[in-house]
Design a protein around this ligand. Structure first.
Ligand code: ZN
Length: 201
């Protein structure tokens, strides 16, 4: 099989969108949400394996608590392993894959050949002081819940709620409960995302 040339380093989700559009004619935002992370991984040439045990080799230690990992080949190849025992909840699996896509896009030039993730590296509060992990988590949130799609989907939901309830504000938990299923993310991830966006305004 002929492998496509390795994708360049991609620093933002917006740049990822531009790359996929120019290289493959694929608009990742067109039918979203939800963002098709599996299709994006496949376009980037990332092999995703979900066997009960990881059969490849890593320098890091793997155990039942390992959520996912990515090994990066020197030629631009990459393999992601998603531990099925830790990812049976679909939004969790999507976040894991998006996090590994983040490592792929951002970190191939840093000389690290693998990243092994457990609950602490995937946690935004615990990964705060670990540059690569917090960057991968931010990238994953932005990939699964792009700002422009959150705004476009969210506006009519808020308007409808205000009209139906004759009020000027919508409680955050009600909003998140409607938004999370549309993006196939957990309510916790969506709540964090929305708070983050509101804080940046
Ligand atoms: Zn990671």
């Amino acid at each position: 099989m002929v492998k496509a040339a390795a994708a360049p380093q991609i620093l933002t989700v917006s740049d990822l969108g531009k790359y996929l559009e120019s290289k493959f004619g694929y608009d990742m935002f067109a039918d979203a949400p939800p963002i098709d992370v599996d299709h994006i991984a496949s376009l980037l040439g990332i092999d995703v394996v979900e066997s009960p045990t990881f059969n490849g080799t890593t320098a890091g230690s793997i155990d039942d608590d390992t959520v996912g990992l990515i090994t990066l080949g020197k030629q631009g190849t990459a393999t992601v392993w998603i531990n099925p025992r830790q990812n049976s909840y679909e939004p969790r699996r999507r976040f894991t894959l998006a996090h590994e896509i983040g490592h792929f896009c951002l970190h191939r030039v840093d000389g690290r050949l693998e990243f092994v993730d457990d609950k602490s590296t995937m946690s935004r509060s615990e990964s705060y002081w670990t540059r690569h992990e917090s960057e991968a988590n931010s990238f994953a949130a932005d990939l699964l819940m792009p700002t422009k799609l959150v705004n476009a989907e969210g506006r009519p939901i808020i308007d409808a709620y205000k009209k139906d309830n004759d009020t000027t504000t919508m409680p955050l938990d009600r909003f998140v409960a409607q938004m999370a299923p549309r993006f196939h993310v957990s309510t916790m991830a969506m709540e964090y995302r929305v708070k983050n966006m509101l804080g940046k305004r």
